[in-house]
Ligand binder design. Sequence first.
Ligand code: NAP
Length: 373
Amino acid sequence: MLRLATQATLSRLSQPVEQPEQYRGQIENLIGVIRVPLGIAGPLAVNGHFASGVFYVPLATTEGTLVLAVTRGAEVMTAAGGPTVYASDQQVTRAPLFVFQSGAAARSAATWVVENYALLRSAAESTTRHGRLLWIEPTVLGRRLVLEFTYQTGDACGQNMVTFATDAVCQWLRERSPFDDVEFFTIESNISHDKKATNLTHVHRRGRRVNADITIPREKVLRGFRTAPEGMARVTREGTYGCVVSGVVGAQAQFANVLAALFVATGQDVATVAECGTGLTIVEVTEDGDLHASVTIPNLMVGTVGGGTRLAGQQECLELMGCAGAGCAGKLAEIAGAAILAGELALVASLASNTFAQAHAAFGRPPRPGAQR
Ligand code: NAP
């Protein structure tokens, strides 16, 4: 049908899909599988609360230089003992909107929710074994009421989990006064910042808050990055001014690059890069002339069960880091934090040493026929 409608040959895409049943619940109108090249960055030493040891990080991308850059950052950090990383628990939000007849009705509904929280929590938790409702924050906007539900989602990324739980609460609410009289209802008001970078990112967590930092001795910076700590700190500072002027949420170099590649490799919901790919990178020179660098990723959404993590190749990528299955989501978040720091340092170093364009010219394009690398 597609061939007739489009005249495309589809010679690759028309190959039979291996085990098509594995994609049920992951995609509709399945016609094929797109192959994305997978590279390995590392070895990367990580001193985390959940992730401790040396890891090999799978990155699926078509951006030449990315795997090389993360590997370079990992190499220098590993030679300095690896970064210290901490990932908090995962908090995932869903924020339905109710429009009442008046501001007074919206305010009294907000009070009703606070007073009946225990009932709402049991309605939510009846839909899941691992999800826990932590709190509901009501916000009145004129005659509108937004209820921001915040859940812990275990080792799942949790978007389906929190949607099903919140939907159960909303159905229960809408059969009862004062919610049986709402003029308008929608399960998402856009205040949860699901798949959007917002100004709430740094204060209202959606996902795990991950911090990674490292001190790298001066001579290791000079040898590994072929540039001085002062230059790297200056590039980062100047880049922060640029982020301020251009209105970037946070200030960092390439969180989204590392995250998108890791997310494709490990079966995460890639579109959450919109909310996860923001944060802060700080690079400073210590009093001893060494380099101190840190990244803060305020909203890192990762799971090691559920979603696309079920697929065979993605499972193998998780296994590669010892992150497949229950009990591993914090570990994956910390490895991601360390990989992001590696990517930041490598990019900052290439800017400081003015080799950014050269590196992309050498590795970011296919070689011209007959050209030497
Ligand atoms: P999911 O695959 O829908 O649910 C996770 C499943 O894993 C649940 O059935 C959960 O059971 C089970 N589970 C087993 N062991 C677990 C453990 N240790 N910790 C947590 N759960 C465990 O995945 P999800 O993470 O909720 O949702 C992610 C998917 O939602 C992605 O595919 C994403 O693309 C999609 N998505 C959905 C929405 C939406 O609004 N619905 C929005 C964006 C993305 P229990 O629930 O019984 O605990």
